[in-house]
Write a protein that binds this ligand. Sequence first.
Ligand code: SF4
Ligand code: SF4
Length: 266
Amino acid sequence: MSALQVQAGELLASGKAEVVIGYGEGTRGRVRPVFVRTRADVSLLVFDGRCTANLTVYLAKPEVGRMGKAAIVATPGAVRSLIQLIAEHQVDPGEVVVLAADDDAVTLLTDPAALEAYAAAHPVTIPPEAKAVTESLARMSAQERRAFWDAELSRCFKCYACRSACALCYCTRCITDMNQPQWVCVAPHALGVMEWHLNRAMHMAGRCVQCGSCTSACPAGIPIGLLAMEASRSVEKEFGAQAGLRCDAPPALSSFAADDRESFIL
Ligand code: SF4
Ligand code: SF4
């Protein structure tokens, strides 16, 4: 039995968790989310290099909430998103325990201080292919970047898998689904697609924890997470606010200090 299975079993047996949200074997060699509610079923849990999807996306689902106090298997990116969800008052830290998993170990995190210490010790790591694209984009002119995104987004057919995979996209009614008034063209043409992604990137500015789940979920292979990540990097540069590190962090774009620099609006 793996260390993860042992710890999950102990949490269920002691009543410290009523459901363990983790990864289990799926089809065609892939993993899928599993919701383990009895000690007998902890053998369903696996953790290896295939387990990259951010499972904290399930914490906001009412049907998962009804299962009771949750333990969640979390990658370092998922730990950051949980911290951000706590900071945004979407998750009560007393209602979730974390089995933080990386290549080497499983660490039980039961309070905000432990989450923050874990996040600080596990800085963001960007996959090599995403890093190469980011560096290439940084060298481009604004026109070249626009051409890059026009070409990438021409493959977007608005399936919204990127939204569904993102733990921080938790609105019960997304602006893109509204039709009275309709803010965003619903059609997957160039304008509708650009409006959707610019809206999403703006809403993620200062909130994206760079978990990469949205990019992994895109069936069209668009590196869509780079938009939100870049928007968040701009916020970090201008305001020194990095998402997913502090459970009591104020919202970066809706709080202010009397001595804030104003040069960015000139
Ligand atoms: S997952 Fe990909 S194809 Fe679907 S809406 Fe997002 S960017 Fe477009
Ligand atoms: S926008 Fe993408 S990379 Fe950022 S938190 Fe959401 S899923 Fe993760």
